[in-house]
Design a protein around this ligand. Sequence first.
Ligand code: SF4
Length: 393
Amino acid sequence: MSEITDWRQRLSTLKVPISISNNLMLSACLDKLIETGRLSEKDGMKLMNESSLIGVTALADMVKRSRFDDRVFYNRNLHVNTTNICVLACRFCAFRKGPKDTNAYELTPEKFVERISPFASGIDEVHSVGGLHPDWKVDEYSEIFSTIKKHFPWIHIKALTAIEIIHISKRSGLTIKQTLKILQEAGLDSIPGGGAEILVDSVRDKICRGKESSEEYLEVHSIAHSIGIPTNCTMLFGTVETIEDRISHLIKLRTQQDSSGGFQCFVPYPFLPDYSRLPEAQLATSSEVVRIIAVSRLMLDNISHIKAYRMNLGDHLSSFCLNAGADDIDGTVGHEEIMHDAGSKTRLDTPESTLIKLITSSGSRPIRRNSTYDQFSDVEFEHNSLSLPIVSG
Ligand code: SF4
């Protein structure tokens, strides 16, 4: 079992740090979480504006520990993108290319398999998203997924964003449900959740006009949940949204989860500005990143896992977030384009041993997981030890 069942009961037994007990608002939030498990939109705004970031992160860490104790999860995965050709041009996106761009590419099923092959024996998940290809329909994606499964039947395929699914279904003349069922049959196991950006349409209109509406994003995920495809959900922050928009985003995800229940993990990440077209973006600071991880943990009582996404946050900040409410540090990844095209400097040759160190250095216990968080392996590791020189007088 990944989660301690009665987290609220356990929360009531944990020692309360002074940064919470000395703060009326945080103490009231703790009481409310113990009593009901759920904070209001107004509480969310207070947490976003609370001057004691240490207190907010301490509360989020308590909730994380009440659910998972000192465990932090990671997996062995690989990112492979299908194509960078895209008919849209979201202003925050540094990845997309026009069809005639010299750096445009599209992978055939065989090329996709070639990309996986060197990693195949050491991974159990492929994460794959891409642009909105002007010509591809459901058949091209089905062919890619079934070819992957034929060569590597043990690999879980986590693929496609909501807007890709909408685009494929329109191009194929199918409903979303028909499209998802065909893709599921071909090997699609789960959906990673990218493309949520901020689920407020006035913000979407400024940063990604032409993309799906907030309602459409949630509808695609709801349909996926209804046919047994688990999904993740995300938030891109630090563009033009307000604090209210961030909280509204969290509340919309929570409401959706109440009704369809298939979100496994929430992945918030800040906008990275290189090669994008959003000069007015209010870039998020590291403190804002940490606060959003913490507030997400506190507001999303019905989404079990909060991920500190290494590819965007960087290894060091991700490791820090493990004491601010995050319980997952993402995977080995091996190859990544979307965040790196936008300026990420996170290393791509990070071995599993380094992931384990990022986790243990935060005082946590590393647990390797599968993609659906229902199989776990304890990992052998040595606790960091600091040996101090003996000074003799
Ligand atoms: S974010 Fe996705 S949909 Fe938007 S331009 Fe980039 S690849 Fe295309």
